[in-house]
Design a protein around this ligand. Structure first.
Ligand code: GRF
Length: 224
């Protein structure tokens, strides 16, 4: 199988990166990770990736005077590793329009809310403060505006009465770990594709929503 070459961008623990690494181990999965890049040299995720035999690169934002200078090295590291598609996974640097345009429709991000609600940081506390009863996570294409861009897939997670930001974050994170590989696969296979700044889904016979008490995934995670 001709696997799509992925570059994963992280800043921290890299649990979403780990879920992508696990997915890529399956022979049938249509992608492979060519490089993991962190803007923080001490990010735990870098060590995890290295222990899996994946090439890692640290591009420390503190070493750069400007965003474009950092992005020049970032772009070169990605291209040098043969990357065709970027997956942001807890990457905490804002990217310039120039960089985003270079990777137009070739850069995915995961965000821990049901976009377009609750963009930005401290998502779970803001969800609780707003009193919403359902939250979740979103995988979308990256555009210049933060946490915006065509939505590939979402998973909904119920907010429980006794949730605090940590307990809610943990349940949403578990959903993220399922959603990201799923969305990546759909996109790489062309089953989810961009048209007029929206994601269209190629119809698939037998596709159905899979519901469980904790999360609802859209589109279907499995076939029935
Ligand atoms: C995740 O919640 C992701 O949605 C957000 O940042 C967090 C990263 O966590 N963008 P991890 O590093 O993948 O564990």
């Amino acid at each position: 199988m001709n696997k799509k070459r992925i570059g994963v961008l992280i800043s921290g623990r890299g649990s979403n990166m780990s879920s992508l690494i696990e997915a890529c181990k399956h022979p049938e999965f249509p992608a492979q990770i060519s490089v993991v890049i962190s803007n923080r040299p001490k990010a735990a995720g870098l060590q995890i990736a290295a222990s899996e035999g994946i090439k890692t690169v640290a591009i420390n934002h503190r070493d750069y005077e400007s965003r474009p200078a950092l992005e020049t090295d970032l772009h070169e590291a990605l291209v040098g590793a043969g990357v065709e598609l970027i997956c942001n996974a807890g990457f905490l640097r804002l990217l310039t329009a120039e960089f985003v345009d270079k990777w137009h429709d070739r850069q995915l991000n995961i965000h821990p809310s049901l976009l377009p609600s609750f963009k930005g940081l401290h998502t779970h506390q803001r969800v609780l403060d707003a009193g919403v009863k359902v939250t979740g996570c979103t995988v979308h294409l990256v555009r210049t505006d933060m946490d915006a861009g065509p939505i590939i897939a979402q998973a909904a997670v119920a907010v429980e009465a006794d949730d605090d930001a940590n307990s809610l974050a943990a349940r949403v994170l578990a959903a993220e770990h399922q959603l990201y590989p799923h969305a990546l696969k759909l996109f790489v296979l062309g089953k989810a594709y961009v048209e007029n700044e929206m994601i269209e889904m190629a119809p698939e016979p037998g596709q159905a929503l899979v519901c469980n008490p904790r999360a609802i995934f859209s589109p279907a995670l499995e076939k029935t």
